[in-house]
Structure formats: structure tokens, C-alpha cells
Design a binder for this molecule. Structure first.
Ligand code: FPP
Length: 228
């Protein structure tokens, strides 16, 4: 049996292709994708007892998408937050956000900050949303935040403490849906020893069974972290 799964992260890919296959618009794919989130979280937390889940919701590169699509994704995030804050509190789920929130609309930022504040004391389950997140940007902002003195004898832990993911375990398993096999600027340094799992399933079709297959694959792997 492998090391216990403490942190699972998802690159929720394939919403657009899922929609296209059905003759729908891309935003309908994102809507279907957003609808999958609660089921996946329930299974991750309640069935598999994995304490940390991270979802890649919007990358620093996603600004290249058409304005209508960006707007739709942020609307979905806003609705998701509004509809789920009570359930986060009830189920003692701490909400964290990683990414540069400066570029977000004031109402969304305020909602996110309030939700983070309301759930800040929960310490057994953490849902992290990566919003306007990019690993390269994360590294740059971390380095820029250090003083010349701190930089001189910089140790890895000191740099990692400046990442958005400070105090969070590195992901044990990163799942990417839709058949693409790359990390796309997601948790690049935190994934140094992560197991990667790729499935052809599009995110809107990613259900409990698909999740179980990913976790069972992880549990069969041998992690050596550079050892023998
Ligand atoms: C990638 O699929 C998906 C995104 C860039 C957006 C993900 C956002 C959501 C699922 C909705 C909001 C999230 C939450 C947590 C409520 P794609 O558009 O690149 O698909 P494609 O590669 O098939 O075009």
C-alpha cells in the first residue's frame, strides 16, 4: 500500500470538448463541469477521507480566452461560492484560494475573502481553489517578497513558505481529465514528487467511479522520493 493520500489535485479539463460533442456552447460545458464539483468533493472527503483537495479553476493563461467565456467561468465560481458556503461551514471544510486575486472583480474577491474567513479555523478538510493561478507567477512573487538578506542563504522551505500553498502538503496525486498529459503551469514545484494520473474522461463526466479508478491507480504505485 502506498503512502496515504493527503492531498489530491484536479486539472478539470475537457469542458469545451464535452459541450462540443453535444452540440452545446463552451459555457454549457463549464456549467456541467461546475455541477460535478460537489459530488467529487463528497467522495474525496467522506469516502476516501483525503484532507486536502485542490481544483484548478482558472489559470493565469486562461485570460487569453474569449471575454464571454471568462465571464461565464467567474459567474460559475461566484454562484458556486454562494450556494456552498453554508455547506462548507456545516461540513467543517476550510476554503483556501491560491493565485493572484488582485485581478478579480471586487464582489468575487470579497465573497472569497469572507468564505475564507468564515472557514479559517477548520483543520480537517481543506478545499483549495486555484483562481488566476500560475506556478511561474507564484515563484516570481515569492522571490520578489524576499529581502536581499533572506535571498543570500535561501533554503527551500523558506521559499516554499512564500508560495500561495504555504502550510499545505504537496499534492500526492494530480489528476488531469480529458486525455491531455501535461501540467499547464499548475503546482510545478509542489508536484516534484507527485504521482500523475491522466484519464480520457472529460471533467463533466468525471464521477465517483472515475475518481475511484484514479485513487486505486495511485494506491498501487510505489513512491520512492528519490530513494530505492
Ligand atoms: C478546462 O476545460 C476548464 C477550465 C479552464 C475552467 C474550469 C472551471 C469550471 C469547471 C467551473 C467553475 C469551477 C468551480 C470550482 C465551481 P476546457 O475549457 O479547456 O476544455 P477543452 O480543452 O475541452 O476546451
Amino acid at each position: 500500500m502506498n503512502t496515504p493520500l493527503k492531498h489530491i489535485a484536479f486539472i478539470m479539463d475537457g469542458n469545451g470538448r464535452w459541450a462540443k460533442q453535444r452540440g452545446l456552447g463552451r459555457t454549457e460545458g463549464h456549467t456541467a463541469g461546475a455541477q460535478r464539483v460537489s459530488d467529487v468533493l463528497t467522495r474525496v472527503f467522506d469516502h476516501w477521507h483525503i484532507p486536502f483537495v485542490t481544483l484548478y479553476a482558472f489559470s493565469t493563461e486562461n485570460w487569453k480566452r474569449p471575454a464571454y467565456e471568462i465571464k461565464a467561468i467567474f459567474n460559475l465560481l461566484t454562484c458556486y461560492l454562494k450556494n456552498n458556503i453554508d455547506s462548507f461551514v456545516e461540513n467543517k471544510i476550510r476554503l483556501r484560494v491560491i493565485g493572484n486575486l488582485d485581478a478579480l472583480s471586487k464582489p468575487l474577491r470579497t465573497n472569497l475573502e469572507m468564505a475564507m474567513q468564515q472557514t479559517a479555523t477548520f483543520d480537517t478538510r481543506t478545499l483549495t481553489l486555484a483562481i488566476n493561478y500560475g506556478a511561474r507567477e507564484e515563484v516570481l512573487q515569492a522571490i520578489k517578497s524576499l529581502s536581499a538578506d533572506e535571498l543570500k542563504d535561501l533554503q527551500w522551505d523558506q521559499l516554499a513558505a512564500r508560495f500561495y500553498t504555504a502550510n499545505m502538503p504537496d499534492p500526492d496525486l494530480i489528476v488531469r481529465t480529458s486525455g491531455e498529459q501535461r501540467l499547464s503551469n499548475f503546482l510545478l514545484l509542489q508536484s516534484a514528487y507527485s504521482e500523475l494520473y491522466f484519464t480520457e474522461t472529460f471533467w463533466p463526466d468525471f464521477d465517483g467511479h472515475a475518481l475511484d479508478l484514479a485513487i486505486e491507480s495511485y494506491l498501487k504505485r510505489k513512491r520512492r522520493f528519490g530513494g530505492v
